[in-house]
Design a binder for this molecule. Structure first.
Ligand code: ZN
Length: 229
């Protein structure tokens, strides 16, 4: 993934600075970080502000009334945060592995996340569970949570998010097996459409031994769900 993607907004006639420092409190902190840890914030906030103003007009609102005056800027800052994962490479968190001879299941359960449904631009939120059997490469447990976080902060569908996380572990850690289970509540199902509050969507992606071997799969699923039933 390219670190510095050129801005592609020259077409709309507005010159945009790469980064709006007043709205990005971590800009100086990022500048002080080693190059490897720095991630460019590339959500085009001026463009988001214009779009939100336009959206308010489109729904019949007055974007200049007091309560809405700062809304486009607020939403732009929020989108920079919620979609910041588009401009980060989750792999970097898996490249800090250490070598450890351990070939049993490593499981991190209940990793809370928020993401944004790409069909409705409404949030879905829930928990991810990641189990894997290493083959020499082990990562710090917090790194798995960081991977979930980066992948979640993009326009998403839960199915793809689940598979993306599983494939990243396969590719970066050469795992013998990985199981990713995600449970989430989608606000596009709870506040609109069928309006079913409390409904949960569960997706899973199995790779390696968890896919090919039934008893391994049962073992990891028992670890994930064991004491909840
Ligand atoms: Zn949706």
């Amino acid at each position: 993934m390219p670190r510095q993607r050129p801005h592609s907004n020259s077409g709309d006639g507005v010159s945009v600075k790469p980064r709006e420092t007043p709205n990005v409190p971590d800009a100086t902190a990022a500048a002080a970080m080693p190059a490897d840890d720095r991630e460019p914030a590339q959500v085009d906030q001026p463009r988001v502000r214009r779009a939100i103003r336009e959206l308010l007009l489109a729904i019949g609102e007055d974007p200049d009334r007091e309560g809405l005056r700062d809304t486009p800027a607020r939403v732009a800052r929020m989108y920079a945060e919620l979609f910041g994962g588009l401009h980060e490479d989750p792999r970097r968190h898996l490249r800090k592995f250490f070598t450890q001879k351990y070939d049993e299941i490593v499981l991190v359960r209940d990793i809370a996340f928020n993401s944004m449904c790409e069909h409705h631009m409404l949030p879905f939120m829930g928990k991810a569970h990641i189990g894997y059997i290493p083959s020499g490469k082990v990562v710090g447990l917090s790194k798995l949570a960081r991977v979930v976080d980066v992948v979640a902060r993009r326009p998403q569908v839960q199915e793809r998010m689940t598979e993306t996380i599983a494939d990243l572990l396969v590719e970066e850690l050469d795992v013998q097996g990985v199981a990713v289970v995600i449970e989430a509540s989608h606000s596009c199902m709870t506040i609109r459409g069928v309006r079913k509050p409390g409904s949960m969507c569960v997706t899973s992606a199995m790779r390696g031994v968890f896919r090919s071997n039934l008893s391994s799969r049962q073992e990891v699923m028992t670890l994930i769900y064991g004491d909840r039933k």
